[in-house]
Design a protein around this ligand. Structure first.
Ligand SMILES: Nc1ncnc2c1ncn2[C@@H]1O[C@H](COP(=O)(O)OP(=O)(O)OP(=O)(O)O)[C@@H](O)[C@H]1O
Ligand SMILES: [Mg+2]
Length: 430
């Protein structure tokens, strides 16, 4: 049996700790209060209770806090066999601590969106035009050179922090004029990891997909592909996923080869990695790649149709378990949609506590985190959604339609609109 060290967890990632315990491993869990907002307090408590040793630490980017935490937890740091994190904000610290884990050099490169584009360009892997800038004047020059439209995002960004699409120079200036206030509005943990650098990138249009790629022992395997729903109003905001992706098998295979090429070029060696790609009319183009498993609700959406628990797969890989031979076989379709508001909205004052139950009864699973009189913020980052709806059906289109129908009824019930979603472009009718 092994000793697994978890540095933080997503809410759903608690399943990985549970899996590790069921497998007889010793579990140490380091948690950082800066990131409490990424899971419910019940989920955080459950992770602490599951662990043999648990301790809070101050900051995943502060060496002393990270290196001192395993000992502070009461565990024997020398007995740790592998270190992992299911939370984006914990990946670097996990790699830094790893006796056996995702390569720290790989995570360092992948955290820096400019550096990873540079490496891909150097290795000849198709990517998009980009430039790293630090102020509006440089950004305007970069946008001119790349050509409009562009997207401006923090080099170290996660969760859609301070990210905007700019179709003209005015919008580039507006991004930088609003950036300071936008950063001030972020939760401390989100703001703290950013620096002054922004990436100005060619905006590619098409349909958004993601792929989880597993790596171990020098092999990389595409596991499962999802299509991603985005906001119609602001396509930077993601509103859900569907598995399977709906792509023809040949395209899905091409996407798998491309994603593996990207992960290999960046030196990703052990773990499950999340690759986001735009399917343009002519090719696949990398949006970003993360040296951690997908967050949000996608792990459970995958598990609900792939017949395997992706967290179990992840946990089994780290102590040296086998890599799957190829893509996970998927049976049926699952889709989830987030509930999020386009503008600040108020939930009606007279609402029974169990208002969500009748909607949940029409779904595979889901939740709503608002009650009578609550104020819902406009969605600006991934952490502003107030609920999730998941449907399982024979085809992707039916699963998506089931989510949409419940979402529309919830809008009517609450009396304010949700952000409208755009799913992939329908295949042309032959
Ligand atoms: N070059 C691009 N062309 C077209 N769309 C893009 C591009 N870059 C980003 N986007 C859109 O903006 C979204 C956010 O970008 P990105 O994934 O880089 O940000 P993030 O903050 O890392 O988000 P998360 O942490 O949620 O993955 C993408 O999912 C995609 O919809
Ligand atoms: Mg992303």
């Amino acid at each position: 049996m092994s000793h697994l060290l978890f540095v933080e967890t997503t809410g759903l990632g608690v399943q990985a700790l549970a899996r590790a315990k069921r497998s007889g491993h010793t579990v140490t869990y380091l948690h950082c209060p800066l990131y409490d907002f990424t899971a419910t307090s019940a989920q955080r408590r459950e992770a602490i209770q599951l662990a043999d040793h648990a301790v809070p630490f101050a900051d995943p980017l502060a060496g002393d806090a990270v290196y001192g935490a395993p000992l502070a937890s009461g565990a024997d740091p020398g007995s740790v066999d592998a270190v992992l994190s299911t939370l984006s904000y914990g990946a670097q610290a996990a790699a830094d601590l790893a006796a056996r884990g995702t390569s720290p050099a790989g995570t360092l490169v992948a955290r820096d969106k400019g550096e990873r584009r540079r490496i891909l360009r150097e290795r000849g892997v198709p990517s998009v035009g980009f430039r790293v800038v630090t102020d509006a004047a440089e950004a305007l020059e970069a946008a001119e050179a790349i050509g409009y439209p562009v997207i401006v995002k923090p080099v170290l960004g996660i969760g859609k922090a301070v990210t905007s699409i700019a179709r003209d120079p005015l919008a580039v200036s507006a991004h930088f004029a609003a950036a300071a206030a936008d950063r001030d509005g972020l939760t401390e943990g989100m703001a703290r990891r950013l620096d002054e650098r922004y990436l100005v990138e060619e905006l590619v249009s098409g349909d958004l997909y993601s792929l989880e790629v597993a790596a171990s022992g020098g092999r990389l395997v595409p596991l499962v592909c999802a299509s991603r729903k985005v906001s119609r109003e602001n396509p930077v905001l993601e509103l859900g996923c569907t598995v399977p992706s709906g792509l023809p098998a040949t395209d899905e295979a091409a996407l798998g080869r491309y994603a593996v090429e990207v992960c290999r070029a960046l030196g990703f060696d052990l773990g499950i990695f999340h690759v986001e790609v735009m399917h343009t009319p002519s090719s696949f183009r990398l949006i970003e790649v993360n040296p951690w498993l997908t967050g949000g609700s996608l792990p459970d959406t995958i598990s609900s149709v792939a017949g395997v628990d992706v967290f179990a797969l992840l946990v089994d890989l780290f102590p040296g378990g086998p890599l799957p031979d190829g893509p996970l076989p998927v049976k049926g379709s699952a889709s989830h949609s987030f509930l999020a508001a386009p503008q600040k909205s108020t939930v009606p004052a007279l609402l029974p506590d169990a208002w969500f139950a009748s909607f949940l009864a029409r779904l595979h699973s889901g939740y709503a985190r608002v009650g009578a009189g609550d104020v819902v913020p406009p969605m600006r980052t991934n952490f502003d959604s107030f609920g999730m709806l998941r449907a399982v059906a024979p085809t992707p289109a039916e699963a998506e339609a089931a989510c949409s129908a419940v979402k529309a009824d919830i809008e009517g019930f609450l009396g304010f609109p949700s952000l409208a979603e755009r799913t992939r472009t329908p295949a042309p009718v032959a």
